[in-house]
Ligand binder design. Structure first.
Ligand code: SF4
Length: 443
């Protein structure tokens, strides 16, 4: 499961470009394929974007050239559209730039709408459709607010967007609030970001989250906000399980606290007598702490993760792919040898990685290996901006829990229940999207 895209924006700061650069750095976990910044200065829109990490795309010369007081930025990992530079964001049309996190469910329908309005599309991204519909309706109505309402009412699915239209910045979140979007302040300037970790890094003050269905228009005269439609809260619960950084506050919750709760409730629901609780790093670490505290089984770092393997690592054969797992994760034999181990991870998707890790832990001398997952079984794909495999590839959509345990070589396997997950988030069932667990797609 991969998250796709981070958005960031600064309105009214002399260092807007550098703040955006730093913000994108702290949001790198949300997308690593491409990065870009757009600014508006001296009556002109300037954009720079490239393929790769933030550190690979930008250098001092580029950032110095891009200086301006209003800036938007984006990190992308494609969910909709191809992985080439033309799909990198910000996307620009008629001196308007957009950055978008999320995925629209009705892209085909929107493409037809564009065709019927004689709007031509140059990329294969749903983000371009939002931009071009907005430009079309703005030209038609000569009124930004009316253009935005007209645009957003056609969109079904997830969008947290920031639009830069000359001196005006527009920030909006879909009425379901699938993806997070927060608002902060620094030196009197407004900052918008996918997660609060980007505010923390700038020492900016958190003001609040952008509400479901809210649109904020900022220009030099005033700030205006309104709802484009009635909110129907369905935040993506996977943001709390895995995608968001643990030092972020999103959907009214501290991500760290929620993950610790998940581990505690998982321990209550599926306790097993064992000698050590070992996280699969980094994703399982906080839940493993919760599991250990609740079960009173000692927490140990039985697996060490290398942080130096980039995404470009090439695995030419299956045999080398197995070895590559060892490069990424290495067992600590003195912790595992002769022990009954509870391994903790945040999710189980295809089961292939878990199988390799369990094998590795056994080879390191573990007597028993029990796998505990701090989320429910993923049985359905996501259509709202998360790259999930197909039904065919999702192991929990094909096999029962005991069958999976056997296949991956675990002595036992248990997941957090949906009720346990909601309890860990202190939420009711209508507050979050749970579609990848229960198939209940609201859009
Ligand atoms: S289907 Fe799953 S991953 Fe997708 S938005 Fe809903 S909870 Fe998130």
């Amino acid at each position: 499961m991969k998250e796709y895209c981070a958005v960031f924006g600064v309105y009214g700061h002399k260092q807007a470009t550098y703040l955006t650069y730093l913000g994108l750095f702290s949001l790198q976990h949300r997308g690593q394929e491409s990065s870009g910044i757009a600014i508006y200065k001296d009556g002109k829109l300037e954009v720079y974007k490239g393929l790769g990490l933030v550190s690979q795309v930008f250098n001092k010369q580029i950032l110095d050239y891009l200086q301006g007081e209003i800036a938007i930025g984006h990190n992308r990992y494609s969910t909709a559209g191809d992985k080439d530079l033309k799909n990198a964001q910000p996307i620009v049309f008629q001196d308007i730039a957009i950055v978008h996190n999320g995925n629209l469910r009705n892209y085909e329908e929107l493409k037809n709408l564009c065709a019927s309005l004689n709007i031509s599309l140059e990329t294969t991204t749903d983000s371009e459709v939002i931009l071009k519909l907005y430009a079309y309706y703005k030209n038609k109505y000569k009124n930004i607010k009316k253009a935005l309402i007209e645009t957003f009412k056609h969109l079904k699915g997830a969008f947290s967007v920031i639009i830069l239209d000359k001196n005006t910045m527009i920030v909006a979140r879909d009425k379901w609030g699938f993806r997070p979007l927060v608002m902060g302040e620094k030196d009197g300037a407004y900052i918008f970001a996918s997660e609060t970790c980007a505010l923390n890094v700038l020492d900016a003050k958190f003001i609040r989250e952008v509400k479901e269905g809210e649109v904020i228009i900022l220009n030099k005269d005033k700030i205006e906000n309104f709802l484009y439609d009635k909110p129907q809260k369905r935040a993506c619960i996977f943001e709390l399980i895995y995608f968001a950084r643990p030092d972020s506050f999103i959907f009214g919750r501290n991500v760290y606290d929620v993950r610790e709760n998940m581990g505690r409730i998982l321990a209550r629901e599926s306790y097993i007598d064992a000698d050590v609780v070992v996280p699969i790093p980094d994703s399982g670490v906080i839940s493993a702490l919760g599991f250990s505290r609740e079960s009173k089984i000692p927490f140990e770092w039985g697996l060490l993760r290398s942080h130096y393997m980039g995404r470009s690592f090439i695995n030419p054969t299956q045999e080398l792919r197995d070895l590559a797992v060892r490069l990424k994760l290495s067992p600590i034999k003195s912790v595992l040898n002769g022990k009954r181990v509870v391994l903790i991870d945040d999710s189980l998707v295809r089961g292939t990685t878990a199988k390799r890790i369990i094998n590795m832990v056994r080879k390191a001398g573990a007597k028993e290996v029990h796998l505990r997952i701090s989320s429910p079984p993923i049985k359905h794909p996501c259509f709202y901006g998360i790259d999930t495999p197909t039904y065919e590839e999702l192991i929990a959509s094909k096999l029962k829990t005991q069958e999976i345990a056997k296949l991956i070589g675990a002595d036992s396997l248990a997941y957090l229940s949906i009720d346990g997950l909601l309890k860990a988030c202190n939420a009711n069932k209508d507050e979050f999207c749970l579609a990848c667990f229960n198939g209940d797609y609201i859009v």
